[in-house]
Design a protein around this ligand. Sequence first.
Ligand SMILES: *[C@@H]1O[C@H](CO)[C@@H](O)[C@H](O)[C@H]1NC(C)=O
Ligand SMILES: *[C@@H]1O[C@H](CO)[C@@H](O)[C@H](O)[C@H]1NC(C)=O
Length: 220
Amino acid sequence: MVFISSDKLHYALYLSIALLSLLPLTECGQIRLVGPSRCSGRLEVLHEDKWGTVCDDHWRITNAVVVCRELDCGTALEVVKGAFFGMGKDEIWLDDVQCAGHESSILKCAHRQLGESNCGHNEDVGIICSDNVRVLNGSNRCNGRVEVHHNGHWSRVCSSDWGISEADTLCREINCGVPVTPSVVPHFDDAHDMSGVKTSCFGNESSIAQCTLQELKGSL
Ligand SMILES: *[C@@H]1O[C@H](CO)[C@@H](O)[C@H](O)[C@H]1NC(C)=O
Ligand SMILES: *[C@@H]1O[C@H](CO)[C@@H](O)[C@H](O)[C@H]1NC(C)=O
């Protein structure tokens, strides 16, 4: 029988905790956009500790919807093909990616085996996401409940001040054409929480971020 003194027990415990904390964090499915901002650029995937690119074959906006959601980057605006944001180097990890749009990660969409592709880096795909505005719970990316990223967090938009000029700016920003009236449907998901962002646009702005935004806090 082995007798371990309390000191040694503490030491063993400490050692195993220290070793556990040295275990590498899992990195599966990590993605990033390399380009002018956090939310637009060349799509890259981390696999086997190496960042690699994604081929633009079959890319549609539904693929971008998954990427923008995965990166918390607002609404998907555009897929840009042909190495628009420059050519990556090393591996091309993904090819023939086809998402329905509801997947939680790009790796959950249909795709070829990781690392298997018939592309060159001149076909690296790029994505542009809105960054500061998103439309949730609608039937497609152009309708639903509006949220803006303001003061460092996502907030819903107050419907009392939402009119045609706000909808004009939003629809232009997210490449969704002109607004279809009625542009506002009251949303009563939490009737006690009256907080939100009051937006005031002229309608000629290219993005909601250029409108006057004011955070309102309060509850009934
Ligand atoms: C609305 O969309 C968000 C984000 O996709 C999701 O988490 C939430 O469950 C949805 N809510 C409803 C009522 O469908
Ligand atoms: C939009 O219109 C307003 C009022 O007509 C004007 O003051 C403003 O300069 C315009 N903004 C842009 C970005 O054109």
